[in-house]
Design a protein around this ligand. Structure first.
Ligand SMILES: Cc1ncc(C[n+]2csc(CCOP(=O)(O)OP(=O)(O)O)c2C)c(N)n1
Ligand SMILES: [Mg+2]
Length: 351
């Protein structure tokens, strides 16, 4: 993989983590209202998938979508302003955390209803297929969404009509407080796709390179006209379901084990770092030992420990500026709300 892409993905993940941790603080201070579902622990999926997508592809996401929006290129200040419910937010401050939207970037929304992303993505896929365009639709969903009727209806139609949709399951093993084996008779999500003859794969959703590689391969198939694909990315969320959830149903040792050994940001740092030195140098440094490797890299002059630190500092500044931008932005006016209600009225088609 190219060094630049690797560095971009590492920065994406560092920014994602810093943005979400700051959003939690802003929520606690009362600057964000309503529900707030955070993404720490799951960053490798949004980054790995979306860095493999083209600008012409469409993205449909859930209520846990801040990082998808950031990686897609919506400026952090604009995303934060939407979380704050402010006028400069990407949905004019009227959507909030769960309803980020950006038509220009083909970010077709975060959706609050579990399973809502499937028919939306399938419909867009149908429109793309009818126009025979080389575009794909990427549909994110959680493990808890696969028992909704919309999942089955949409997968069936997408397969039948060979629609260009990549279904991406963010399997964090929990549907709020219910573990997957308690909510699904078949806990391996990828197996569900077989019922619709959709090629599917289970991958390590904590490993950004594995996610990226699998997405590139899946999109290649989709663009070749071979119909939909499904990726089940196994992951873990480090926080509760939302800010309202202390997450007390999960054993502490489970969370600790994932934070210590599976943190996607730590893995990405290790992978980025490990991408530069030669095999012998890595062996000499000891595999998986980030401190020793980054020390080693200080001599390599490709990604030094200081550069990694600088990257962390830079994203911290970006997040700080995003919060200032959101705080300075005005509240949406009543007329803005009315205009949003009226916006499609002149386009109405009466059948
Ligand atoms: C149709 C519907 N039923 C119930 C809810 C309440 N609800 C919100 S999130 C959620 C859990 C979804 O879990 P999952 O799909 O695994 O996504 P995750 O939150 O783990 O990312 C539920 C049941 C909802 N929003 N929509
Ligand atoms: Mg889940």
């Amino acid at each position: 993989m190219e060094v630049d892409l690797l560095k971009t993905m590492l920065r994406d993940m560092l920014l994602a983590r810093a943005f979400e941790e700051r959003a939690a603080q802003e929520y606690a201070q009362g600057n964000i209202a309503g529900f707030l579902h955070l993404y720490p622990g799951e960053e490798a999926i949004a980054v790995g998938v979306l860095r493999a997508a083209e600008p012409a592809d469409y993205i449909v996401s859930t209520y846990r979508e801040h990082v998808h929006a950031l990686v897609r290129g919506i400026p952090p200040g604009v995303v934060m302003a939407e979380l704050f419910g402010k006028k400069d937010g990407c949905s004019g401050g009227m959507g909030g955390s769960m309803h980020l939207f950006d038509r220009e970037r083909r970010f077709m929304g975060g959706y609050a209803i579990v399973g809502e992303t499937f028919p939306v993505a399938t419909g867009i896929g149908y429109a793309v297929a009818m126009r025979r365009l080389p575009e794909a639709v990427i549909c994110f969903f959680g493990d808890g969404a696969v028992n909704q009727g919309t999942f089955h209806e949409s997968l069936n139609m997408a397969a039948l009509w060979k629609l260009p949709v990549l279904f991406v399951c963010e399997n964090n093993h929990y549907q709020i407080g219910t573990e997957i084996h308690r909510h699904s008779a078949v806990a391996e999500v990828w197996k569900r796709a077989c019922g619709y003859r959709i090629p599917a794969k289970r991958i390590d959703g904590m490993d950004v390179l594995a996610v990226h590689e699998a997405t590139v391969a899946a999109l290649e198939q989709i663009r070749a006209g071979n119909g939909p694909q499904l990726l089940e990315c196994e992951t873990y969320r480090f926080r509760g379901h939302s800010m309202a959830d202390p997450g007390s149903y999960r054993p502490k040792v489970e969370l600790q084990a994932f934070e210590d050994n599976e943190d996607p940001v730590k893995i990405a740092i290790a992978e980025t770092v490990a991408a530069y030195p030669t095999g012998e140098q890595i062996a000499a440094a000891g595999s998986g030992n980030i401190e020793r490797l980054s020390g080693h890299l200080q001599q390599s002059e490709l990604l030094t420990a200081a550069q990694l630190e600088a990257m962390r500092k830079e994203v911290a500044e970006v997040v700080e500026e995003a919060v200032h931008f959101a705080a300075r932005s005005p509240e949406p006016a009543m007329e803005d709300a009315q205009a949003a209600l009226d916006c499609n009225r002149h386009d109405e088609v009466l059948i």
